[in-house]
Design a binder for this molecule. Structure first.
Ligand code: F6R
Length: 261
């Protein structure tokens, strides 16, 4: 696992965008896993810029989002489909038909979830998955206690998550109480993961995730079992890590060896 610590959010967004750009330059039909929330917003802004500058194209890219609120239609202002359109898809040269977000209105939930898994498999699997981390250590919407082998499923959200996400709604009562999410097992099966976190609010959970034991009580800690992970943190989110000087030393040595992202 590489842990890259930068001074601020802008720098982690730029650095993560550099990695995504390099993967797309290596594979023009990359299968990209995406997240919503505030953490990847800067990354998406950078990708829009890079695409506008014609450094990369998304014409052959297919994307799968981690999750969607259950009960929200794609045109609901707080749906994750809407978020993705407004913050990324509307501004890049991607064919929206190649962008998949779980269906928040799926009637046969089990069938939908199985089909989502099959769709991912049929592409050959996700090459690069972008994730954020919730205050309770969730990835996707895999709340504490979710099986580390879980696949795409319906989840009832934790009260902490509902509270955290209330900032996007008029009131906490409006926050959906359920979501469809890729499972932890689905995320672990991707070929590469990048995790983005910023701000002091994430410091404790980041330390537990990266340097604590692997546990289903912090589903993000499962990324310790993944062979190819890069974590992008600002100084605040990194502030409770014990091995900061080692992570910084690694980056210095890699830079000297001209090993880039
Ligand atoms: C969003 C998602 C969530 C968020 C997490 C952090 O698609 O899967 O796990 O990544 O809740 O959210 P922010 O980035 O808003 O702190």
């Amino acid at each position: 696992m590489r842990v890259i610590i930068k001074d601020n959010y802008e720098e982690i967004s730029k650095s993560a965008a550099e990695l995504v750009k390099n993967r797309i330059l290596n594979k023009s039909n990359l299968i990209l896993g995406l997240a919503t929330g505030s953490s990847p917003l800067g990354l998406y802004k950078e990708l829009v810029k890079i695409c506008e500058n014609k450094e990369i194209t998304f014409k052959k890219i297919r994307t799968f989002n981690l999750d969607e609120y259950y009960g929200l239609s794609p045109d609901h202002l707080q749906s994750y489909r809407y978020f993705m359109n407004v913050n990324l898809f509307n501004h890049i040269d991607i064919d929206k038909k190649n962008t998949y977000v779980p269906d928040g209105l799926a009637k046969d939930i089990d069938k939908f979830c199985n089909d989502y898994e099959k769709k991912i498999k049929n592409t050959g699997g996700i090459d690069l998955q972008v994730i954020g981390i919730g205050g309770d250590g969730h990835i996707g919407f895999n709340e504490p206690g979710t099986s580390l082998a879980s696949r795409t499923h319906l989840v009832i959200l934790d009260e902490q998550t509902i509270g955290d996400n209330a900032r996007f709604f008029n009131s906490v009562d409006e926050v959906p109480k359920a979501a469809i999410t890729m499972g932890v097992g689905t995320v672990l099966e991707t070929k590469e993961i990048i995790l983005l976190a910023n701000g002091i609010k994430k410091a404790k959970i980041i330390a537990q995730t990266l340097e604590g034991p692997v546990t289903s009580m912090i589903t993000a800690s499962s990324i310790q079992l993944h062979p190819k992970v890069t974590v992008f943190l600002d100084k605040e989110a990194a502030s409770e890590l014990k091995r900061i000087s080692y992570y910084n030393f690694v980056e210095k040595q890699l830079a000297k060896m001209a090993i880039s992202l």
